[in-house]
Design a protein around this ligand. Sequence first.
Ligand code: ADP
Ligand code: MG
Length: 615
Amino acid sequence: MGIINLLPENLINQIAAGEVVERPASVVKELIENSIDAGATEIIVDIEDGGRRLIRVSDNGWGMSREDALLSIQRHATSKIREVSDLFNISTLGFRGEALPSIASVSKLRLTTVPKGSTFGTSIRIEGGKELEVIDSGGPVGTNMEVRELFFNTPARLKFMKSTTTEMSHITVTVTRMAISYPYIRFIYNHNGSQIYNLPSSKDLLSRICKLIKEDEKNFLEVSLNNGDTFDSTNNSPAFGSPYLLKRGLGGVVKVSGYISGPEINRPTNRETYIFVNGRFVRDRVVLHAVMDAYRTVMEKDRYPLAFLFLDVPPMDVDVNVHPAKTEVRFRNTDEIHRAVYAAVSEALKGWTARKGGVSSQELGVRSYESERPHYQDRVSEAIEGYSSNNKSPLAPPFAKRGYGGISPNGQLPTHNLEKTGFFSSLQVLGRVGETYIVCSRGNDLCLIDQHAAHERVAFERLKSIRDDSTPASQALLIPETVELNPSETGLLQDYISVLTKAGIELEHFGGNTFVIKAVPAILSRKDVKGLIKDIVDELAHMERSQSLKDIMDRLFSRMACHSAVEGGDYMDSMEIQALLRDLDSIDFSSNCPHGRPVFVMLTQLEIEKMFYRR
Ligand code: ADP
Ligand code: MG
């Protein structure tokens, strides 16, 4: 006699409900999504007691026939997909056909619906998944879903419900996200009979946003990266570490639009960074990271902007079937998404500095430089070119790959060739500020170098040269280090051992979850090897398997470079600074830089004079 049973349908639904219906707000989300998918232009949400007593969502969408209404509460019943290929081309918010049966299995549900073109409809009553009543009903076209006593039959879940205020605030967050994503839909939202939102249908996204979050429209910048424009990472300006040239028609189509706050309007958490992918609110690490990267030079550390970003990605380039509640997506090409978002947000931020006009004391330096960015790039290129022609040095050093640098691939400081040659070496070092920025002058101009970014950039280029030369310049560790990982990390690292060997890291699986690290690239040999491996595993875990070997290696190198670089705040003596400047001269600035951050900024005499209103 076997011990395995097939579970009854209702139990299956309750199990699914465990994932889909976490709390009242999840019900609200699923119901509103269904209304939107049904073409509603008006959605009314009524809540009682934080959703414990009642969640009612009514819409003026196209409704359901009786046959469909009865099917809609069956598991895996959906009108939105039919075959496997549809799964890779989803344009609706729902598609799993799980929400209604899950909700129905853990509540007392009344579904009333009148289909388009009809004056009468159907009303169905279900309790804990049991169909109790199917009757005729009248009313306007649309659907009305009433969910009462959520979790009444699952005491364990009921216990996990938080206070009315807490559940209520989750519902408000949900309604807010939906209302931002669909400004043309009229939303009415009431709690215990009092009105919380009454949002008229609007074409104006910004006015809807500002109504909801109670901010002033003038604090926002429009983001708009047009359809078909993609960012060309292979052609960034040589002297400037931060690439955002837009080129039409390269790669896939990503459109980024929406609004972001100027840097002075910020928050202590990233909770008000809203990301919508094809209309769906999602939390996405890659997009968040790109947004923060774009703000990095203009916003204080540990502060976050308000951002409302809409990404339009071809449905086949994004997998929405990753998470039961559909709050995560998987992009086919994360790098492209990162670049597009970074480019879009950076562009918008330029508008902010331009709009601010004059220079206030607070905006001296980085911010005024931001507004000058385009000319600035030209000027630096000119400066470097001018320099090299005057100095008869072989080619303009930052553009030419040369075999020389303060830190050579084998990690030794060179003793030869110490005379000053390149652009960076020709700078006069005045000192350091903020324990991070090297302050230099060049004639009457001022130059600030971010020591960490510069170091990271140099290390990245050195590591990349390992990839290009086929002989890895790795250095055996005197005492091999052992690293313990967890089982999933172990599997991951095993898969990538040969790639890591190419990247100069020699390691062996020692059995169990233990690895022995035998050699690492020379420039990393004196660093914390365990930490390095952990970082690499983390990078691998967030990497897409479909990436090319080159992309994988670049990401690894970028992570390794960050690991090897001096931190902002680390002390550097003048010898080290000089070595770093020489290193900068030896690298090829025309290539892609790891994080897209500027390595240095330049303030010309003219700019300085303008700041003091002398011009
Ligand atoms: P999914 O949205 O993933 O298809 P659901 O369980 O949420 O699954 O809904 C099942 C089906 O019921 C939907 O595919 C849709 O056809 C129908 N439906 C649900 N809610 C509505 C509504 N408000 N108006 C019209 N049809 C609806
Ligand atoms: Mg649905």
